[in-house]
Structures are given as structure tokens and as C-alpha cells.
Design a protein around this ligand. Structure first.
Ligand code: OAD
Length: 248
């Protein structure tokens, strides 16, 4: 397949700014993993169209029926275990070697950025490959899907997925680190996020208001499109490699 030619869509001024950038970040959402076969949350065929987030992604729903929630997380773990990082994850990992300072700020819990080779990653919404005791906070790392449902802590209490649910605050170190990165970024790429779930959705605006350049990659417009210097429309796995070929 011939790769897409973006040369007519990207101005020389923007390319120059990216080439000279010292501090670069990438904010990613579910869209960056779409081409790995992982469904996004919103839009046609989105997870929240098919499943009730109240039961699966709120502390109250989980405590009412942990077996139901864990059945679903086990399904997602199996699906993510079978899938592979795609070209977008790989290019993002490659970008890290190119700039003096580089960070991936991700809302995704799938762990694909690390599998693709990214090193400096801030996970804003936790990670599906970790679970946490609801009573004493003990953390257990997983390298394969959970076997027994619901998994139990050594203390006898139920373990929950160590992910952020609706109504819960983000881990304070993660959102603080991400906010600092966003304010200091000369360039932030915003890839595959609907940019409507806060506080992550506010990060590109921090970059913009501190004088940084925001470049978006998405298949459709989002609230970020209104203030991004450039939005490249198309699947991230196709657009990012083509864009990176222009920049390098
Ligand atoms: P969403 O499902 O809300 O948005 C996915 C975005 O990816 C949309 O803007 C799509 O247009 C875009 N998209 C789809 N396929 C794409 C592709 N191949 N290339 C580029 N873009 C593509 O996912 P998030 O923005 O990540 O939170 O959602 C934010 C949070 O809401 C999630 O972390 C999760 C969810 O509920 C929690 O569970 C706390």
C-alpha cells in the first residue's frame, strides 16, 4: 500500500517548529489503538454503546457486582493480549529517540505504548495489567488475564482493576506530571482522543496557552480541532508514519 503524501497539508513553518522542538509530548486516546483491533469508547460500535459504563466503570457498579465487571475486564485483557501495537504506537516510540525530551501521556490502559518501545509514559487512567485491593490498596501486576473471578487479595478482600473509573480522581502524580509536561511542551501531538473526558482533555489547552504548538491526528473533528495549529484527518496508523517521514 502506497503511504499517504502529506506534503501539501503541512506548512513549512509547522515542520520547522517541530524539527526545532526540544520538548515534545503525545497525548493519546483509544483511537491510537483502534487499528490494533481494540474498539474505542465512543462513536459507531463504541464500547459505551454496547456496554453499561455504570456497571463496568464506576466504583458503585463494581461493588454491586464485581463478578460481572471482572468478566468484562477479563474479556478485555484477553483481547488486548492477542492484539499487537500498530504503526502509530511504533512511530510514537521512534519519536522518543529524536527529541531531547519526550513523553507519552496516555488515557489508554492497554499497555501498548510500552510494548511498542516507548519509555517515558504517563498513564493517566491506570493500567489493565494491574489490580488493586479494595481494602488495603495492595497492588498486583499481571502478565496474563486473570483466571479466578473475582480475584482476591491475600487479605481476603476483592481486588479491582487498577484503572480510573468515572467519578474517581486521576492518580495525583500522573496528572501533575502530565500537566507539567503539557505546559513545557514546544509541541504536543493529540492522537485518537475525543478530548471530552477531563482532566486529560484539558492538557492540549495547557500547551497551547503556554505558547506551544498543538498538532492533532484524528479521523474526525474534536474540541481540540478548534485551536490546534493543524489537524491531520485519517487513521493514526496511516497518518503518523507519513507525517514522521516528512519531519525526519
Ligand atoms: P473515545 O472513544 O472517546 O475517542 C476515540 C477517538 O479516537 C475519537 O475522537 C475517534 O474519532 C478517534 N479515532 C477512532 N479511530 C481512530 C484512528 N484509527 N486513528 C485516529 N483516531 C481515531 O476515547 P478516549 O478519548 O480515549 O476513560 O476516551 C477518553 C476516556 O473515556 C477513556 O480513557 C475512558 C473513556 O470512558 C475511562 O474509562 C475513565
Amino acid at each position: 500500500m502506497a503511504s499517504r503524501d502529506l506534503s501539501s497539508e503541512v506548512s513549512r513553518a509547522i515542520l520547522d517548529r517541530i524539527r526545532k522542538a526540544r520538548r515534545v509530548s503525545v497525548l493519546t486516546g483509544a483511537g491510537v489503538s483502534a487499528e490494533s483491533g481494540i474498539p474505542t469508547f465512543r462513536g459507531a460500535g463504541g464500547i459505551w454503546e454496547k456496554y453499561d459504563f455504570n456497571k463496568l466503570a464506576t466504583p458503585h457498579g463494581f461493588m454491586e457486582n464485581p463478578e460481572l465487571a471482572w468478566d468484562w475486564y477479563q474479556l478485555r485483557q484477553r483481547e488486548m493480549m492477542k492484539a499487537q501495537p500498530n504503526e502509530a504506537h511504533l512511530v510514537i516510540a521512534e519519536m522518543e529517540d529524536h527529541f531531547p525530551s519526550f513523553a507519552v501521556l496516555t488515557q489508554n490502559i492497554d499497555g501498548f505504548h510500552r510494548r511498542a518501545g516507548s519509555r517515558n509514559i504517563v498513564e493517566l487512567h491506570g493500567n489493565i495489567w494491574r489490580m488493586r485491593c479494595v481494602r488495603d490498596g495492595t497492588i498486583v501486576e499481571l502478565d496474563s488475564p486473570v483466571e479466578h473471578i473475582p480475584p482476591l487479595c491475600q487479605c481476603g478482600s476483592i481486588m479491582r482493576p487498577d484503572v480510573v473509573w468515572f467519578g474517581e480522581p486521576l492518580p495525583s502524580e500522573a496528572i501533575e506530571a502530565a500537566s507539567t509536561v503539557a505546559r513545557e511542551s514546544d509541541v504536543m501531538f493529540v492522537v485518537g482522543t475525543s478530548a471530552i473526558v477531563y482532566p486529560a482533555a484539558a492538557l492540549p489547552a495547557l500547551t497551547k496557552s503556554a505558547g506551544g504548538l498543538v498538532v492533532e491526528v484524528n479521523v474526525e473533528p474534536t474540541p481540540v480541532t478548534a485551536y490546534a495549529a493543524l489537524t491531520l484527518f485519517g487513521p493514526a496508523g496511516e497518518v503518523l508514519p507519513a507525517f514522521w517521514t516528512l519531519v525526519r
